[in-house]
Structure formats: structure tokens, C-alpha cells
Design a protein around this ligand. Structure first.
Ligand code: NAD
Length: 361
């Protein structure tokens, strides 16, 4: 028997009237967790540049390890898997963006499923603390890993649409945590009336993110490997898998803009939505693009590690829904985004080589 996707059936059963609230004012408190990391760090900078004066950035990492400490922002080093800390973090908040999670690329999420699952504590306590604080809007960063993995067994994959999460068979560990946390957010709207927003990010890349240390994702890892090859003069490069797996990659500027748009669209309350690029590439193609960004005269010699973590065969974002609701979708081309990412990682690589402190992950 076919099963109705959760969010559609929820919409039918929830008869809440959506009250229009005042637009957030420049002095209203915005709380962003995971701010020492890649996406939330960029989100802090985005809201700061937009003129918000009262931002509280939170991460458990010591401040010197944050990628993008933004001047003029209250920065707290606190673990938000702890309930008491979450209450402190959400005090006075008008909007809460929860992006803290123990995560990384395939290498991390395939090896450390327990750590990934434990992030359930973060959203569980954050959403409750935001509710108690009277926050008007709560954003949760979900992932394309919440989608049914049975639909991702072919590199020529059909792009995933929002209804493809149910019947559920999410990525082990990380994906199930995201799906369950989505459900928490949906029920905080259904039962308690807090406006919650859920974006399912597809791979995000760009400057100020993890580029070494085991948690980095494919674009950053390939940029670093090409830089290392050029630096050492070794013309060989090893890719994880056979190079045929496909993914789409969203540039960070599109991601933060999308988070803002989604969180301020009442049509999307408690409704998971894809936030990703729909430009599908194979890992082989991705390396070719990185080589172009590096302006290599001659391609590197490719080797394939078939024992390395690889993830599902193919995954792409179906952007029909986001285009329909927001009349917008991520649009930075992979070629353009990779040039900026490559240049930033090269700078970090050279700084580290010169003995300077750099954030890697
Ligand atoms: P990131 O690892 O760079 O940032 C996450 C940050 O959360 C880290 O700085 C980490 O120290 C912090 N953190 C972890 N546990 C914490 C805790 N208990 N208390 C306080 N801080 C804690 O990751 P990112 O790429 O910026 O991802 C941000 C969010 O987006 C995560 O929820 C992630 O699952 C989601 N996401 C990211 C991608 C991607 O491609 N980067 C794709 C899908 C979903």
C-alpha cells in the first residue's frame, strides 16, 4: 500500500492558522549554532552584512578554531547537546538557526555513525529551548542523506524530490538522525505552534570550510589533493571509489541566501525542502573541473581506491518545489564556485606550510 509522505499528511491534519508576525528587526537577537563551522560561520557573516546587530554565534570548538569569527558578534563556546546550555544559548532569541552537528564527508559519516546519531541531542534540546524562549522562527539544517537510499543506487539517478524521504530508508546513522530531528521540528509546529523551517542541504562547498583532517567533503578534498600534487611534483592522485558516483554541489553563498529565504517564507512552515544545486557531476568530472580551476597544463594520473567510503551511487536535487515556492534556486555554477574554493584552500595550504595557524576542521 502506498504511504502518504509525512509532511503532506501532516499538513492535512494540522489546521493551525498561520499568524503573520513582524519582520525581524536589526536589533532582534538571532542565534546561530555550529558557528565555528563552515555553513553557520558563513551564515553569521551573511546576517551581519545584512545589518543585523544582535547575533549570538555558538560552537563547542574553542574560538581560535572557528573558520570565520565575525567581529561585533557575541561568540559563545558551548556544547549545545547539553540542555542547560541550550537554554542559555536561546535566552531572548527571536530567531534560532540550528546548524550544529557532528558531521563530515563520507569518510566521517560512514565510520562514525554513533557520533552522527548523537546529534539528535542537539536538535532535541535546541528546539525545546527555542520554544521556551519564545523564538518566532526556528531553522533546522537537514540533509539529502535523509532520503531513501534505495532511490540512489544508480549514478544516472533521478533527482530527489521532497516526497522521496518516505517510505523511509535514510542513510545509516547520519540520515536517520536528520529525519528524526525533522520530525521534532514538524511536531513543534503541529502541537505547539512554533514556526519551524527545514532545509535538506545537498553537498555544500566553498571557502571557510573543512579542507583537511578527515571530515572534508569531495570538492575540498580534491582541491587539496591537486594543490599537494603541484607542491610535491607528484603527478598522481587517488580518488575514493571508481570515479563514476554522481553528486550535485551547492556553493556556500547560495546556501546562506537559501536559508534566509526559506526561514522567512510562511508557506514552508514545518515543510522539508531541498536546498541544493541540480548540476549533477561524476567525481571524475569534479576532478576535471578542479584541475581547470588550478589551470593545470596536463591532467594528473588518476588512481582509484575501491575500498574507500563511497556513499550512494548517485544523488541530485529536484528543485521543482523550491522554484515554485520561492521563485529562486541555487545558481552559482560549479566552475565558478570551484575557482573561489580552490584559491582559498591554496591560501590556507600555503599559510599552514609557512607555520601559521589555520582552521581545517
Ligand atoms: P561543520 O562541521 O563545518 O560545522 C558544524 C559545527 O557544529 C562544527 O563547528 C562543530 O564544532 C559544531 N558542533 C558539533 N557539535 C556541537 C555541539 N554539541 N555543540 C556546539 N557545537 C557543535 O559542518 P557544516 O558543513 O557547516 O554543516 C552545518 C550543518 O549543515 C550540519 O547540521 C550538517 O549536518 C548540515 N549539512 C551540511 C552539508 C554540507 O555539505 N556541508 C550537507 C548536508 C547537511
Amino acid at each position: 500500500m502506498s504511504q502518504k509522505p509525512l509532511y503532506e499528511s501532516m499538513k492535512q491534519s494540522v489546521t493551525r492558522v498561520v499568524e503573520t508576525d513582524e519582520p525581524t528587526k536589526p536589533n532582534d537577537l538571532i542565534v546561530i549554532t555550529g558557528a565555528g563551522g563552515f555553513i553557520a560561520g558563513n551564515l553569521v557573516q551573511y546576517f551581519r552584512n545584512k545589518g543585523f546587530k544582535n547575533i549570538r554565534a555558538v560552537d563547542k570548538k574553542p574560538l581560535y578554531e572557528w573558520y570565520l569569527p565575525v567581529p561585533g558578534v557575541e561568540s559563545l563556546c558551548l556544547d549545545v547537546s547539553n540542555e542547560t546550555n541550550c537554554r542559555r544559548v536561546c535566552e531572548g532569541a527571536v530567531e534560532v538557526y540550528n546548524l550544529a552537528a557532528d558531521m563530515g564527508g563520507m569518510g566521517f559519516i560512514e565510520r562514525f555513525r554513533i557520533e552522527c546519531l548523537r546529534s539528535i541531542l542537539i536538535n532535541t534540546h535546541m528546539v525545546e529551548a527555542a520554544y521556551r524562549a519564545g523564538a518566532k522562527r526556528y531553522f533546522f539544517s537537514s540533509s539529502a542523506c535523509a532520503y531513501n537510499t534505495d532511490l540512489q543506487q544508480d549514478p544516472n539517478v533521478r533527482a530527489l524530490k521532497e516526497t522521496d524521504a518516505y517510505p523511509a530508508m535514510a542513510e545509516r546513522g547520519y540520515g536517520w538522525e536528520k529525519l528524526m530531528s525533522e520530525m521534532f521540528c514538524q511536531e513543534y509546529w503541529a502541537e505547539r505552534g512554533m514556526k519551524t523551517f527545514i532545509a535538506r542541504f545537498h553537498n555544500v562547498y566553498g571557502p571557510n570550510g573543512t579542507w583537511d583532517g578527515g571530515r572534508e567533503k569531495a570538492p575540498a578534498a580534491l582541491c587539496r589533493k591537486v594543490i599537494e600534487s603541484l607542491d610535491t611534483g607528484d603527478n598522481n592522485i587517488t580518488l575514493w571509489g571508481d570515479g563514476t558516483r554522481t553528486r550535485s554541489f551547492m556553493y556556500i553563498d547560495d546556501c546562506v541566501q537559501g536559508i534566509d529565504k526559506i526561514t522567512h517564507c510562511d508557506k514552508l512552515i514545518a515543510t522539508p525542502i531541498n536546498l541544493g544545486s541540480d548540476e549533477l557531476v561524476s567525481i571524475n568530472d569534479l576532478l576535471t573541473k578542479v584541475e581547470q580551476a588550478a589551470r593545470l597544463n596536463k591532467p594528473l594520473t588518476r588512481h582509484y581506491d575501491l575500498d574507500a567510503p563511497m556513499g550512494v551511487a548517485g544523488r541530485n536535487s529536484d528543485n521543482t518545489f523550491i522554484k515554485q515556492v520561492l521563485e529562486w534556486e541555487p545558481s552559482t555554477s560549479l566552475d565558478d564556485g570551484l575557482v573561489k574554493t580552490y584559491e582559498w584552500i591554496k591560501e590556507q595550504y600555503n599559510r599552514r606550510k609557512a607555520g601559521m595557524r589555520v582552521g581545517i576542521g
